[in-house]
Design a protein around this ligand. Structure first.
Ligand code: GTP
Length: 608
């Protein structure tokens, strides 16, 4: 047998780069061919909706496979930890596509942006999350597992019996993911529920609040994360909303990427993407507030002085080393003890778990996909220990990290609780992986009725002879105009690739570059009060203090929207397979193994 030639990471990267360049070259060639237009209907039929392509459908189907049953413990099951959703029916998808082509978009009033949690979750309804059924030590592992499976099927049956699938949001149908939540809840002394400030009620299932604070009797910290993406007055309004309705919460404001809110954002920045390098993570805003919340909860039962010292060192920009400042932090930073969880860690612990065992507080980080759980952990540690991705469902297996010898952080995979949230909003909230969307156009329409996408991106209506004339837009027009502007063409016929354009627009929204923020009920009537609120002023000052400066290690670059998704997937793949640490890969997550691999990297460039 011929000897296998060694293939280094560098060679692999070079190979991928060449492949991308070849693709780009091909597309550039295709861009130059003209795209005839003759009448609106005909024109629309000419534009290619590549979502129908057989390969995409097959890939999507593959991603949605349910975990295979009956595999032995040693057999790797690539589907085991994936997000699993119900698929839309073909009729439903076609209906939505028609609406996207025909419905003229109208801007909605600001009051429509006020989001009431009762409409999303209907507290007290069957829209709950699955609980681990009662068990005892006499039960065998098999009995326990099959009992859990039965109970989970009943749970799903109740929800699907009560609501039609058009009404229900996409939610997690993979029991393995919920099992990880159970385990994290059993292990933790404090739970952090991390939410995205642009739509915190979307990420706040009231049933979870009741369960953690009531049944489990644990402290629940609500983290309003990504505060850099919302006006400070809105952040403070949300904070007060949660205080008022959920009095047992401890609330912390956080951002891993602070920016000075006084610096105006220009529309040209829509296409800029920031990357955080090196000690940029120590700039996170919120670790101090979180520490204070944990001090209030633990009331001296755990010695948190090492955490306080660490924050002081991070703020001073000193290395963790011996604190003397003599030892320079190397590129990868000091080691963080990571505990990779195994299958045996998924087994339930006894009912009377000791709180603050061995003088260590365990903090479980829970939340929907994409809310920034992994980034928050990096922000607390002060450097990259967890891989971050804008593709939801990136974290698939929980891991623990020792922040200091007495503080353990536990990162849980993103959880999608059932709700009545419109699916378009779910997509824009980054909950549903864009790569898996069968019909992205109505989500673009939803966005464009709330954010002036055409103006921000300087789009020219596809039928405009005179660009200054007023035109009515439908979602499809926006996608087509963006495809034209970015030169997204289909490989075979060189037509405008509207499917790809729609996906690209959705990614801009999920990343916060086209920002859509929702408001608490009554916000618009009281906006002035929130704007002059003392806490708002305090937040502005705080963000301005930690926001990036000219000599910051943050990097801005114009994003190559056409291929960024592919690159991200490839980097993830490299990281998992080769264990090489670079800016986008974890530096200290040994043996991340295939279970942590991002399944969406399976999709090709055009499908991202
Ligand atoms: N603007 C902004 N973006 C953030 C912040 N924190 C995270 N992000 C971005 O949000 C996306 C998701 O971040 P992750 O930290 O991977 O989120 P996660 O909750 O761990 O995601 P899953 O692995 O899907 O559960 C990435 O594109 C991050 O760059 C923040 O504070 N501000």
């Amino acid at each position: 047998m011929p000897r296998k030639k060694p293939f280094s990471v560098k060679q692999k990267k070079k190979q991928l780069q060449d492949k991308r360049e070849r693709k780009r070259g091909l597309q550039d060639g295709l861009r130059s061919s003209s795209n005839s237009r003759s009448g609106s209907r005909e024109r629309r039929e000419e534009q290619t909706d590549t979502s129908d392509g057989e390969s995409v459908t097959q890939q999507i189907r593959r991603l949605n496979q349910q975990p295979s049953q009956g595999l032995g413990p040693r057999v790797y099951d690539p589907n085991r930890y994936r997000l699993h959703f119900e698929r839309d029916s073909r009729e439903e998808v076609e209906k939505r596509k028609r609406a996207a082509r025909e419905q003229v978009l109208q801007p909605v009033s600001v009051e429509v942006l006020e989001l009431d949690i009762r409409e999303v979750y209907q507290p007290g309804s069957v829209l709950d999350f699955p609980r681990r059924p009662p068990w005892n030590y006499e039960m065998s592992k098999e009995q326990l597992m099959s009992q859990e499976e039965r109970s989970f099927q009943e749970y799903l049956g109740k929800i699907h019996g009560a609501y039609t699938s058009e009404k229900l949001s996409y939610f997690e149908h993979n029991l393995e993911t919920w099992r990880q939540l159970w385990r994290v809840l059993e292990m933790s002394d404090i739970i952090l529920l991390i939410t995205d400030i642009r739509h915190p009620v979307v990420n706040f299932p009231p049933a979870f609040y009741e369960y953690v604070t009531g049944e489990l009797g644990l402290a629940l910290v609500l983290v309003l994360n990504k505060v850099d993406l919302a006006p400070p007055a809105l952040v403070i309004a949300w904070k007060h909303y949660f205080h008022q309705h959920y009095p047992q919460l401890h609330i912390v404001l956080f951002t891993s990427f602070p920016r000075d809110p006084r610096t105006p954002q220009e529309s040209s920045s829509v296409l800029k993407k920031s990357r955080r390098r090196g000690r940029g993570w120590t700039r996170a805003l919120g670790p101090e507030q979180l520490l204070r919340a944990c001090e209030a909860i633990t009331t001296g039962k755990v010695d948190l002085s090492s955490w306080r010292e660490k924050i002081a060192r991070d703020v001073a920009g000193a290395s963790w080393g011996n604190g003397s400042g003599e030892e320079e932090e190397d590129e990868d930073g000091p080691a963080v003890l990571v505990e990779q969880q195994t299958d045996s860690a998924m087994e339930p612990t006894g009912p009377s778990r000791e709180r603050y065992k061995d003088g260590v507080v365990t903090i479980g980080c829970v939340g929907f996909p994409n809310v920034g759980k992994s980034s928050l952990i990096n922000g607390l540690v002060g450097r990259k220990v967890v891989s971050v991705s804008r593709t939801p469902g990136h974290t698939r297996y929980f891991q623990t990290y020792f922040l200091t010898p007495s503080v353990k952080l536990c990162d849980c995979p993103g959880l999608i609780f059932p709700s009545l949230l419109p699916r378009q909003l779910q997509v824009l909230a980054g909950i549903y992986p864009i790569a898996q969307i069968q019909e992205p156009y109505t989500a673009v329409g939803y966005l464009a009725s709330r954010v002036p996408v055409q103006a921000l991106l300087h789009l020219r209506h596809p039928e405009a002879e005179d660009p200054s004339a007023e035109h009515s837009w439908c979602a499809w027009d926006i996608c087509e105009a963006w495809a034209e502007k970015r030169g997204y063409k289909t490989a075979k016929a060189a037509r405008n690739d509207v499917y790809r354009a729609a996906n690209s627009l959705l990614r801009l929204a999920v990343d916060g570059r086209l920002t859509l923020c929702f408001h608490p009920p009554g916000y618009n009537g009281q906006k002035g009060i929130w704007e002059s609120h003392p806490e708002t002023t305090e937040l502005v000052v705080l963000q301005g203090r930690v926001g990036p400066t000219g000599d910051d290690e943050e990097e801005e670059e114009e994003e190559e929207l056409s291929s960024s998704c592919e690159e991200e997937g490839e980097e993830d793949r490299d990281a998992d397979e080769e264990g090489e640490g670079d800016e986008d890969t974890p530096t200290s997550v040994p043996g991340s193994c295939l279970a942590a691999r991002n399944p969406y990297s399976l999709l090709g460039e055009d499908e991202c």
